[in-house]
Design a protein around this ligand. Sequence first.
Ligand SMILES: [Zn+2]
Length: 334
Amino acid sequence: MWETPLSSLKLFWGLYENTNTNPNNNLISNFNNTILKILILANNCKWKTWDKKIQELKDWWMPEIDLDVTLEHTDFKNIPWVEYTNLDGKIYKGIEQGWYDKNISIPAVNRGFDCVMFTVGTDEWTFKDIDGWNTHNNLGIHEIQIKGQENAKYSFNGKKYEGDQWFNIARHELSHAIYRSRGIVDNTHKYWELGNLEAIKRELQGGFMGHSWVTYFRNLLTPVQGYKYFNQNEIEGLKPELCEMLDRARGLANTPFFLNSTVRTKEKNEAVGGVENSEHLTGESVDIRCRNSAERFAIIKALLDVGFTRIGYGKTFVHAGISKTKPNKVMWDY
Ligand SMILES: [Zn+2]
């Protein structure tokens, strides 16, 4: 979209939203370069498909992150498992930290790796509720644990993903690790829930607002294919059905649609006082700026004309949503 002054205003929102909230970030060495040295330790997993899995992982991250991968085999027995309380307050089981440091992390640190992925065969993986773990302490290396199963499918929160299970767990956990090293808000789960993994790579290129300068301006100046009025920065993380309707409405309204609010993280949603199950969390709604009664009329008329059935209006914005699990044919005020 070419409404550039508005887009540069959005730039400040972006900076604000990306404020680092990870209290552990200062413990981690930042690898703001694009090459990531990974040691994969496969414990009692002598698979024929390792080369294929590793290639799949490398291909997926390229060109945003260049993975330099070393695969080695181990045969540890009686790996100690303990309970951990995660950031979400829930209790999980993982490999005991002291054992992991001594046997896995410290040797990998000494050899100059940025990240170690310890893949443990399913027989030895005692906590069935999760497939992967991302742990870190003050060693300056990303420590990943992966449930090892050679031929299996993968789903995240009920959403099925194409491709090998190990590959999916590895790219998911790596995403957590790289977000942490970039010092920006970890959007891994947000994008896995939305099924928009490309957005993760875009954010993790490093540099600016999670984008490189080049990507940021390319996104700003190039309308997304199929949309006439919106660029990638503006609609990041939104459902395509929503974008398509907004684009048509924008054309009909003949007034700029400046998106005050699009996808929100849980924290952001709480901070702005959004309802707990807000459509903003799932990429199913936007708030469009509205400066006067003529603009409000034009925006709402266009939204109705293209088929929006969930509309809210405030003094300064109009909310447009497409959720099918919430009441439809409704219009509310704020
Ligand atoms: Zn995760």
